[in-house]
Ligand binder design. Structure first.
Ligand SMILES: [Zn+2]
Length: 144
């Protein structure tokens, strides 16, 4: 991922795909000239891509984290509290998954970070679906 430090913003060179930054007049790898108008759109595109990556990464972490209250629901006493946490995550996750899609699914790039972001999103969806099925079984057993 790209680190942004001291106001210098990093993005990929449009011609050679190496990471460069907006303090340069030309790419240090391929010498392609960088004009200001072009630069700001490239920086903006990179920022959007970084946001997509971070948001998808957070979704995957959130989905994995939801496994913890799911396991805790099996315990006596704290089980009922864990169930509320579990329910909340089961409700919030798909909302966040849809929001990610509406915000970032229109990105056109062959950047591998975007492919990784999409696989994070898919993983989060799969984990959510499994957790939802386990929740339904769990609730069914509580009602018996
Ligand atoms: Zn270049």
């Amino acid at each position: 991922m790209v680190k942004i430090a001291d106001g210098i913003r990093t993005f990929r060179c449009p011609s050679c795909d190496e990471y460069i930054n907006d303090s340069m007049d030309s790419c240090k790898f391929c010498n392609t000239a960088l004009d200001n108008a072009n630069l700001s759109s490239l920086v903006e595109k990179q920022d959007n891509l970084n946001s997509a990556f971070n948001a998808a990464n957070n979704l995957q972490i959130m989905a994995i984290t939801a496994i913890i209250p799911m396991v805790l629901t099996l315990l006596p006493f704290i089980g009922i509290f864990a169930l509320f946490g579990y329910l909340a995550l089961i409700v919030i996750l798909p909302v966040k998954l849809i929001l990610w899609k509406t915000k970032f699914s229109n990105i056109v790039t062959d950047d591998k970070d975007y492919k990784t972001a999409k696989s994070f999103w898919r993983n989060a969806l799969i984990i959510w679906a499994v957790l939802l099925m386990i929740l339904i079984v769990n609730l069914a057993f509580r009602m018996i």
